[in-house]
Design a protein around this ligand. Structure first.
Ligand code: PMP
Length: 357
């Protein structure tokens, strides 16, 4: 094996065309060549969100930058934030909010449990919040939260609804301009099948209007500085990750060549297949329902490390659980271009490794 097949929840395997784009000779960051590629990648990112390029920001960074950028661009110290947490990445959002001086209240649900919308209604009518944050698919448990039911409650109470879509954008049905979400972000290394290094953010009109006068608390992470660069990428703000953004352009074109609806259908089918496979083997998915990008499941005994190593020797990289259950939990990602055959083969290898212990 010269490199393993990646069946982790990001980064994903790259298509040959994406690898080729990544390996091109360097061009200048203000060159016409980069300008054209960036414009196209940016327009396709807006299309992927179901939003308008005028309110879409594409810049270099990782998923966590999406969290930092929210607070450093649009939030003021002392503002109240309600962070809905049912997994590892929900906790990270709350932690970063506190670092930026927000008064953070977390609404915790057991990892993998659905958000209790009645409890949310209750909380949000007792206390007013500027921001409510939610992780669409928490990659630690593979749980997909119901954006619509949560978003409707948040909007009734005039808070800004912020959604981490790092593990869902491109795998799950979503349309930003339906008007429920004010700030959504994702990263290149997940569902769209590009290398790590690009961060995508969609902003609502309301957020831009209400928050344009907030004093930015970072130079690089202030999205208000990036908005003019999106209109004219020849403006210099900071040298972009040129190769990654050019590879992202190719990956996004592949998404739309397959067709977004077809791609989402494929991921839903993969999720269903993985879920059924796991349940049939007597293992326990951490989420109650299949998710379109990642499954996390409890093997029932602390052998995740051994199984992972055995599967790796067969040329496939899978992930262990995050947090306290890591010794019993495995996670398999099926983002990017994953086929049914590849996923089935991975699950079979896990089964053989487990049975052979
Ligand atoms: N949110 C979610 C849901 C994630 O899965 C991840 C990464 N696995 C992040 C945020 C953080 O992204 P990054 O590692 O690219 O900073």
């Amino acid at each position: 094996m010269d490199h393993p097949v990646l069946m982790i929840p990001g980064p994903t395997n790259l298509s040959e065309d994406v690898i080729r784009a990544l390996c091109q000779p360097m061009v200048g960051h203000t060159s016409q060549e980069f300008y054209n590629d960036f414009k196209e990648a940016h327009a396709l990112t807006a299309k992927l969100f179901g939003s308008n390029p005028e309110r879409t920001v594409l810049f270099s960074g990782s998923g966590t930058f999406g969290m930092e950028a929210l607070f450093s661009s649009f939030a003021e110290p002392g503002e109240r934030m309600l962070s809905i947490v049912n997994g590892y990445f929900g906790d990270r959002f709350a932690e970063i909010g506190s670092i930026y001086g927000l008064k953070v209240k977390t609404m915790k649900f057991e990892p993998g449990q659905d958000v209790d919308v009645d409890a949310l209604k209750n909380e949000i009518s007792r206390e007013s919040y500027s921001f409510v944050t939610l992780t669409h698919i928490d990659t630690s448990t593979g749980t997909m939260n119901d954006l619509k039911s949560v978003g409707e409650v948040v909007k009734q109470h005039n808070a800004l609804f912020v959604v981490d879509m790092v593990s869902s954008l491109g795998c799950a049905d979503f349309n930003f301009d339906d008007g429920l979400v004010d700030y959504a972000f994702s990263a290149s290394q997940k569902c769209v099948g590009a290398p790590p290094g690009a961060i995508m953010v969609a902003l609502s009109e309301e957020l831009i209007e209400k928050r344009s006068s907030v004093k930015g608390r970072s130079y690089y992470f202030d999205l208000k500085r990036w908005l003019p660069v999106m209109k004219d990428p020849s403006i210099y703000l900071s040298t972009p990750n040129i190769s990654v953004l050019r590879a992202l352009r190719v990956a996004l074109n592949e998404v739309f060549e397959e067709g977004l609806e077809n791609k989402i259908k494929r991921h839903n089918e993969l999720g269903k297949m993985a879920y059924e496979f796991v349940v049939e083997r007597g293992w326990k998915p951490l989420s109650k329902r299949p998710s379109p990008s990642v499954i996390a499941f409890d093997l029932g005994k602390p052998v995740a490390d051994e199984v992972q190593k055995k599967v790796y020797r067969e040329g496939i990289l899978i992930a262990k659980g995050l947090g306290s259950m890591s010794s019993r939990v495995l996670r398999v990602g099926y983002m990017g271009w994953t086929t049914e055959e590849l996923l089935y083969n991975t699950l079979k290898k896990i089964e053989d490794a487990f049975n052979g212990l």
